[in-house]
Design a protein around this ligand. Structure first.
Ligand code: URA
Length: 258
């Protein structure tokens, strides 16, 4: 510390002596923050930290997911697994089983129904309840059985929806659209010669049309192959008089099969 009363010559000599000793910085009594900016240069602090913004969930397009999963399936077993792994349809949460198909996958005839009911949901197979028993008798009458090993005497069967709608309500258009890529792939992989569209939901999915009582009995084209709309066996159980027309439709199919 230099004495404040030193004359300039003595002060200079003292300073030179201190430099000689290796002193290279002047230190005062109070600590100095060499990094602190003068007030007029200080950067203002942000008023308050901004509240964290919620991170938006990425938007999922369920139809796109279904399309990609269906396209990736190379076999019917792949497709069964892809459907069982598909988590974007609410119906799956209320279902006991994913109902994929039954019958002979090599059959010339593939039947498309609506959706599993209670019995189908319990057993994991399509058309095993009362409507299914009637369906077996109807197709049996033209020589087709689901378990027949011969493709020309067999049928293969699936539904538009693989999960039971609550209380057996009708499938909603959005549900049909979401699961349609799986149905289209199912038909492509099974590659039947003829499709039978059982009821309105099957016609909505395969033809984009409703009005089964008008459509039934008239051959159309669906998924690139001949398709015959027919009244659903559950309807025939309620309206037995409609069995006559259903019989005519079965004979039309029999005629095509040769
Ligand atoms: N009705 C359908 O459409 N499908 C079934 O599997 C059972 C009943």
């Amino acid at each position: 510390m230099l004495d404040a009363d030193l004359d300039p010559i003595a002060a200079r000599a003292a300073l030179e002596w201190l430099i000689e000793l290796g002193v290279d910085a002047a230190v005062g009594d109070d600590p100095v923050d060499a990094y602190a900016l003068p007030d007029h240069l200080a950067v203002p602090k942000p008023a308050a930290a901004a509240a964290p913004q919620p991170v938006a969930e990425p938007q999922v397009d369920p139809v796109g997911v279904a399309r990609a999963a269906a396209a990736a399936a190379r076999t019917l077993d792949d497709l069964r697994e892809a459907i069982a792994a598909f988590d974007h349809c609410e119906l799956k949460k209320g279902a006991r089983n994913t109902v994929f198909s039954d019958g002979n996958p090599k059959a010339r005839v593939m039947i498309i129904g609506e959706a599993p009911g209670r019995d189908e949901d319990l057993q994991g197979k399509p058309f095993v309840g009362r409507a299914g028993q009637l369906l077996d008798r109807m197709f049996g009458a033209i020589g087709l059985a689901r378990q027949s090993p011969a493709p020309e005497q067999a049928f293969y069967i699936t539904n538009v929806l693989p999960w039971r709608p609550p209380g057996n309500r009708d499938p909603e258009p959005a549900e049909i659209a979401m699961l349609l890529p799986f149905l289209a792939r199912h038909v492509a992989l099974a590659d039947p010669d003829f499709l039978v569209l059982m009821g309105n939901a099957a016609c909505a999915a395969a033809l984009g049309q409703r009005g089964i009582l008008r459509l039934r009995g008239t051959w159309a084209e669906a998924f690139g192959r001949p398709a015959l709309p027919m009244t659903h066996p559950a309807y025939l159980l309620r309206q037995p008089h409609a069995k006559r027309e259903a019989w005519a439709d079965l004979l039309s199919l029999r005629g095509r099969l040769g």
